[in-house]
Design a protein around this ligand. Sequence first.
Ligand SMILES: [Zn+2]
Length: 257
Amino acid sequence: MELKDHVFLSKELKDTFVVDVHIHVGGSTRYQKPRNDGDSVVYTMDRLGIDVTCASCSPGAYCDWMWGNEVCAEAHAGHPDRIKAYAVVNPNYEFDLDEYFVRDDRFFGLKAIPFVQGNLPIDCAGMQQYYAYADKHGLPVLFHAWQPSEVRDATAVARRYPNARFIFGHSGFTAVEEAVEACKLCDNVLLDTTISDIYDGALERIVSKVGADRVAYGTDLTAFECSHILGRVLLSRLTDTEKEKVLGLNAKEFLKL
Ligand SMILES: [Zn+2]
């Protein structure tokens, strides 16, 4: 059976390792989606055959990042092998990340989304403490990389902190070409499929430019459903070997899962 047949037969992916590198847990006035807790995420994962998801609580970042991190850590604690937790960091505060990564082992990486924390840029002064920490400890950092200015800043950060590993969430979306260039320039950058493959052929185009080793499945679950992006990958013109890399093998290596 080829991977695309799972779509036609409505079968979950049993024999393929699947990682979603970009999901959200928790709710807020901006994320009024039902079923956004860890149990609901795992229900969806089981239904589709997703092995691991990597979650942040971006709704928490809009109002209270530390509370949001607790919501995310709770989802991880309920399903430690299935849901990994990114800690959202906030450039308006000085915060000792040892709190999350030494005294507490609930988190595995960082989510950087400073535009919802006072409309600050990715490369602002307050974020450097977090990137330096990620660089020192080789942590993954998930960016909201949506537009040219964000991709430009994210690229500068990735070059300055070569030991940290950066996922460009949304593959740039309105700045895909810039994200592709960043990927070519920086070995420590991975692009994710969240929304970015919204039109037919976009995923194939990105893979043709950066290679199948540099793109990972991501979806924005629970802000959105995740099955349509899974379908996009499975029904794409990539080979099954390339699909397996995008669906999970790249994330497994990049995130050291
Ligand atoms: Zn997101």
